[in-house]
Design a binder for this molecule. Structure first.
Ligand code: PLP
Length: 381
């Protein structure tokens, strides 16, 4: 903030909160590689930092920006999205109950199932966006976390954050929203009642597929937040200052990249929806998507870079199309400037809930006409 007005999020991001290094007046934020900080003769830490596993000024720059963009009360960076998510779950006591959706980031769902199999947590998995199923699963007083992901990876299922938050809070549970696909450009879950937001910052927040990072943002600095701050430092799930700096640099262009790829994704989804070689398209921007009305209400400025479709001809056709695309890189992950395709079920392996013929696309910032031509050519018989 400066003067008597509040800058818009685009300005905050572009200027990295307007931070200028005090000693040199450097406009580009500095990288602080130091792992340690000097004490004063009286033993105090006049710089406010002790050791880099606890805190580092380079993390704090990216955390402050993400916190402002999400409208939070605090943010913490982690060494990966998984490190962020698992640190949240590690705050639970043995036997605490968790509700998670059918469609969510697969590795995290597997990890939760492994925890449940070992008796660490009780777990219920419910269909995304099904309030009645969620309410039936909630165990008042025992359910501690309702995990949601919206839009969800890989099928872009939508969850009504406000509706889930109301039900979860009545049962005494906290709502944690994985908002990786939305980014704060398109949706701010805390405004809809979520208690924590989690990101794989590896994806569109950084946006250049060259950093592994995660983040948690809180609605309030309560006991759970203090526990997360403590646990990140004790468990050491931090990232390096160079990665934190790259993440901040990536976030400065967030408001150019996110709307651009969302606009392209909408055009591509529309084209695929009317393509004779395609039997099903999943993109919340399409009015035919079951979550479209909710997405239109709780997202603004677009529906994200993630879409999935099922070509006619089953798993073999999906494999062929993924291999035939030239501009879409056949690679995992999402949210970079380059477009990606992934035949998802074989990646997830036995037990996956993903249809065998589903192709996941992550839309980058290339010329959309090129991407459309690449898809048309690859889908041709
Ligand atoms: N959440 C979502 C929606 C993801 O897509 C991913 C990774 O693909 C993760 C979390 C995990 O993040 P990371 O790979 O940074 O650990």
């Amino acid at each position: 903030m400066s003067g008597d007005f509040r800058e818009r999020p685009e300005t905050l991001a572009a200027q990295a909160l307007g931070w200028v290094e005090p000693a040199t007046r450097s406009v580009v934020p500095a990288i602080y590689p130091s792992t340690l900080y000097e004490r004063a003769p009286d033993g105090s830490y006049p710089g406010g930092h002790t050791y880099t596993r606890d805190e580092n000024p380079t993390y704090e720059q990216a955390e402050s920006l993400l916190n402002r963009l999400e409208g939070g009360d605090g943010a913490l960076l982690f060494g990966s999205g998984m490190a962020a998510a698992t640190t949240v779950f590690e705050t639970l006591d043995v036997g605490d109950h968790v509700v998670a959706p059918e469609q969510m980031y697969w590795t995290l769902q597997r990890w939760l199932e492994e925890l449940a199999a070992r008796g660490r947590i009780a777990l219920d998995i419910v269909p995304n966006g099904d309030l009645a199923a969620l309410e039936a699963a909630l165990r008042p007083g025992r359910t501690k976390i309702v995990w949601i992901e919206t839009p969800a990876n890989p099928g872009a299922a939508i969850t009504d954050i406000a509706e889930v938050s109301e039900a979860a809070h009545v049962a005494g549970a906290r709502v944690v929203a994985d908002s990786t696909v939305s980014t704060p450009v398109l949706c701010r879950p805390l405004e809809h009642g979520a208690d924590l937001v989690v990101h794989s910052a590896t994806k569109q927040l950084n946006g250049h597929a060259d950093v592994l990072a995660g983040a948690v943002v809180t609605a309030r600095r309560d006991a759970l937040w203090e526990r997360l701050v403590h646990d990140r430092a004790y468990r050491g799930a931090v990232l390096g200052p160079f990665e934190a700096w790259l993440l901040l640099r990536g976030m400065r262009t967030l408001f150019l990249r996110v709307p651009r790829s969302a606009d392209s994704a909408l055009r591509i989804a529309g084209r695929l929806a009317s393509h004779p070689a395609v039997r099903d398209v999943r993109y919340p921007g399409l009015p035919s998507h079951p979550g479209h009305a909710v997405a239109a209400r709780q997202m603004s400025g677009g529906f994200g870079m993630l879409l999935s479709f099922r070509p006619r001809g089953g798993a073999a056709a999906a494999k062929r199309v993924a291999g035939a695309l030239r501009l879409f890189r056949n690679a995992t992950s999402l949210g970079g400037v380059e477009s990606l395709v992934e035949h998802r079920a074989p990646v997830e392996g036995p037990g996956t809930r993903v249809p065998a013929d589903l192709l996941r696309l992550s839309i980058g910032i290339e010329a959309v006409e090129d991407l459309l031509e690449d898809l048309d050519r690859s889908l041709a018989p």
